[in-house]
Design a protein around this ligand. Structure first.
Ligand code: FAD
Length: 289
């Protein structure tokens, strides 16, 4: 099913993101996680691709998507980056996706890897979206967006202008970068709508359950930490159980407020931790349907 059709106005879409393990020998642990996530009845599960600027194919992305879609019966979205892929590389990956009946793709540029010269076939995610759709093989495209502005963009106006190009190139649905202050997201969505971007925009929510992990993520993506979250990190950061409980409560509050304000959907960055997704979804279940 085309992911964009999930946004039917009757419910708030809830989806999860997982990442493939680095080693194939650890594949069973991700399947055990997904089996638990399946019980939460997400609208879809997306699987990352060479994240962290690695930019090269992890064959497990397609394999995991295939299991999600064909064995667990949940729509899968495959992330696909283009900066370090040639058209021939992309053709090969699309073939694999097609033969696994995966038709939903989150088309991304990918982060720059200082140790790897980019290939020259694609420069932006919009070019990848256009390339895939021009093939006419029934793929549906989603794209990424940045409530706090993409780190390489000069400002919000320029970044939203570029986002509009991605939507005009065929992205039918957007997933946001993680953020911890809902007002930043509301302001971004308002400006995107004024710019003529009418596709559903899902809010990316990262439950903060580990102080050092969140410091790494924030350094990577440039998200800001509001004072109220900073206080939780200071108070509970060295106590894993308390930090996890506080992080789940913070994410739950963020999601509750987003739903109350009519968000199209919530994409939970699970970090492959089923128990955290279970607790959050348990808290919001009655609010999304
Ligand atoms: P683009 O949309 O191409 O934008 C990149 C920059 O170029 C922006 O500054 C934009 O303003 C500018 N730009 C865009 N189009 C134009 C244009 N036509 N002219 C001039 N400037 C332009 N990375 C991974 O490696 N693997 C993953 O699985 C992965 N999953 C992600 C999932 C989500 C939801 C998000 C938000 C990010 C993810 N990333 C992933 C990270 C992503 O690859 C990086 O943030 C990357 O730097 C930008 O990718 P993009 O697709 O948003 O790029």
């Amino acid at each position: 099913m085309n992911i964009a059709e999930k946004f039917d106005g009757q419910h708030t879409v809830v989806s999860f993101e997982v990442f493939p393990p680095k080693k194939e020998s650890s594949i069973d642990s991700i399947y055990a996680t997904i089996e638990r996530l399946r019980e939460l009845h997400p609208d879809f599960i997306s699987v990352t691709y060479g994240a962290g600027g690695v930019g090269v194919a992890n064959p497990l992305t397609v394999q995991i998507c295939s299991r999600i879609q064909n064995e667990y019966g949940i729509d899968a979205v495959a992330h696909l980056t283009c900066l370090n892929n040639s058209k021939a590389d992309i053709d090969g990956l699309l073939e694999k996706l097609k033969s696994s009946h995966i038709t939903n793709i989150l088309a991304l540029r990918g982060d720059r890897n200082p140790d790897m010269a980019p290939k020259d076939d694609f420069h932006y995610a919009s070019e990848l979206a256009e390339y895939i759709l021009a093939k006419g093989e029934g793929f549906h495209i989603s794209g990424a967006c940045y409530p706090e502005v993409h780190p390489e963009a000069e400002g919000l106006v320029e970044d939203i202008g570029n986002l509009k190009k991605k939507v005009d190139a065929g992205a039918e649905h957007l997933v946001s970068q993680l953020f911890f202050e809902n007002n930043v997201f509301y302001d971004f969505v308002e400006k995107a709508r004024i710019a003529g971007i009418q596709v559903p925009i899902e809010a990316g929510i990262m439950p903060v359950t580990n102080k050092s992990q969140i410091e790494r993520m924030v350094a990577q993506c440039g998200a800001s930490i509001p004072a109220k979250l900073s206080k939780l990190l200071q108070r509970f950061g060295d106590d894993p159980k308390a930090m996890q409980d506080a992080g789940i409560a913070y994410a739950t509050n963020q999601i509750m407020d987003l739903i109350a304000n009519g968000v199209d959907g919530v994409h939970i960055y699970t970090m492959n931790k089923a128990e955290i997704a279970e607790k959050i979804v348990g808290n919001i279940q009655s609010m999304v349907r």
